[in-house]
Design a binder for this molecule. Sequence first.
Ligand code: NDP
Length: 295
Amino acid sequence: MTEVIDGNAVAEEIRAGVSDCVETLTDTGVKPGLATVLMSDDPASETYVSMKQRDCEEVGIEGIHVDVDNDAPAEELYDTVERLNDDDDVHGVLVQKPFVDQVDERRVLRTIAPEKDVDAFHPANVGRLVAGDPRFKPCTPHGIQRLLESVDVETEGKEAVVVGRSDIVGKPMANMLFSKSAGGNATTTVCHSRTEDLAAHTRRADIVVAAAGRPEFITGDMVSEGCVVVDVGINRVERDGDSELVGDVAYDEVAEKAAAITPVPGGVGPMTRAMLLYNTVKAASAESGVDVELP
Ligand code: NDP
């Protein structure tokens, strides 16, 4: 019997715990604040930002949003980030990706103060994760770690295969899976677009994390009986004249073989959003010195 890992339910528990932390902080005069910055007229980015603002509102975090004209010079974005770094009411700063052409992505990530970098993309925070002393764990891999824990999937000693090596998903996920300090202890392989014979890797995996951004490309014949499959992909496809959201995994055929699987939607997505709220209260707690019991 395949276990469908319910990201909505686990995320709801985390959000409830975050909400309690917000209450504790607010009672001591510290209102956690998350600033989102958007320099784009891409409708998908606008949707992501407004979802994050709505999430904040639901748990009592102060959402602050700043729009920067997408034709403005890049300096305007860097200055905005610096201003938010200096704002005591802001504990987390997030600049929505993708960036417009004139903006230097690396400079944006370096400009966000590491202690407000709730996405955990600043080189100092990436370094701390790799060194086994994370200030913040990046939201998507952290959310996946929690999903695996929620269904008692032990990673220690297992063969884990991560498909994708991006800075935001693949690399930190692999790191957390093999790392001793993060409790992963899995034997971990990272696959990417130059991997020869991807299926040979995924077939021997106990745990597959698919994060390639390719609709339904992990098929049933690519996984083994009893494996655990985490589908990170979010792909919009046109089907029978309708627009549909699908993951990187051909769900029905993979679910037939998997012991546990995350659906799309309702798997990793809600966890990414919940872990952003988690990181924001963590930042507010660290900045204020007020202890909270993180969920
Ligand atoms: P990127 O495009 O940054 O990275 C994709 C990775 O997949 C690259 O490393 C690429 O290899 C690899 N890849 C591409 N094609 C293949 C292939 N045929 N075989 C093996 N590897 C391949 O994507 P992201 O990591 O940002 O995101 C991945 C997916 O996850 C997307 O669908 C995205 O929308 C989704 N996502 C979902 C989130 C959620 O909360 N659910 C959060 C973040 C992302 P190479 O390095 O060689 O180019």
